[in-house]
Design a protein around this ligand. Structure first.
Ligand SMILES: CC(C)(COP(=O)(O)OP(=O)(O)OC[C@H]1O[C@@H](n2cnc3c(N)ncnc32)[C@H](O)[C@@H]1OP(=O)(O)O)[C@@H](O)C(=O)NCCC(=O)NCCS
Length: 179
């Protein structure tokens, strides 16, 4: 069993199955729309999708796949974490590596939930794929994200220009962390 923090819920395998049984997915969808349609959340990510388009295209039951996590606080979704293999990254150093992404509702920013939940997701990954390095890309202007990345143990690989802004590619090496 993966150690999970009190605010973290794993949407995977048996746990996911149980969760879907216990809770109506609609509640999560509402919160998810709040994240995906929020201009504040997307300040450094490009424009959010229009809410009506999201509502139209969002599946009734959320997609489930290993590495897709919902962060839950008191029974409501407050954020999402994605661990995906970057098969087509702009930067060669990141291609083929596991990529961490995170999105939280603005009302919980600065409370420490993102750090706790991301650490739990990375612990899950270390268990599922031991020794796997993880990459993360964020705008350098995204101070909260930069701070979170550093706190999680990511170190700079390179900075580069894309989408009209300076981007930061960081990597978290399990070898370095266990030294
Ligand atoms: C990036 C994001 C997940 C950070 O979430 P958060 O809830 O603020 O994170 P935490 O509360 O766990 O804080 C993590 C660290 O960042 C710091 N931090 C957060 N926002 C900050 C800000 N605006 N300025 C300075 N530091 C900040 C916190 O103080 C904490 O560091 P500390 O423990 O040393 O004090 C959140 O702002 C978000 O969802 N942003 C929109 C989506 C996004 O930009 N994602 C990045 C794409 S990769």
């Amino acid at each position: 069993m993966i150690p999970l923090g009190p605010y973290f819920r794993q949407l995977l395998g048996q746990l996911l199955f149980e969760l879907v049984q216990f809770r109506a997915p609609r509640g999560d969808q509402f919160q998810q729309l709040g994240i995906l349609a929020s201009p504040e959340v997307h300040a450094y990510l490009g424009s959010p999708c229009p809410r009506d388009e999201l509502e139209r295209d969002m599946p009734e039951v959320p997609e489930r796949w290993p590495g897709s996590f919902v962060v839950d606080l008191d029974g409501a979704m407050i954020g999402q974490i994605l661990l995906r293999r970057a098969t087509a990254h702009r930067r060669p150093a990141a291609v083929g590596k596991v990529d961490l992404g995170y999105l939280f509702l603005p009302r919980v920013w600065g409370c420490g939930y993102a750090a706790e939940a991301c650490a739990a997701a990375l612990a899950w990954l270390a268990d599922a794929l031991p020794g796997e390095p993880v990459v993360l890309t964020t705008q350098t202007a995204n101070v909260g994200s930069m701070r979170l990345a550093t706190k999680l143990g990511f170190t700079e690989v390179e900075r580069y220009e894309a989408w009209g802004a300076e981007q930061w590619l960081g990597m978290r090496s399990p070898v370095a962390l266990s030294d």
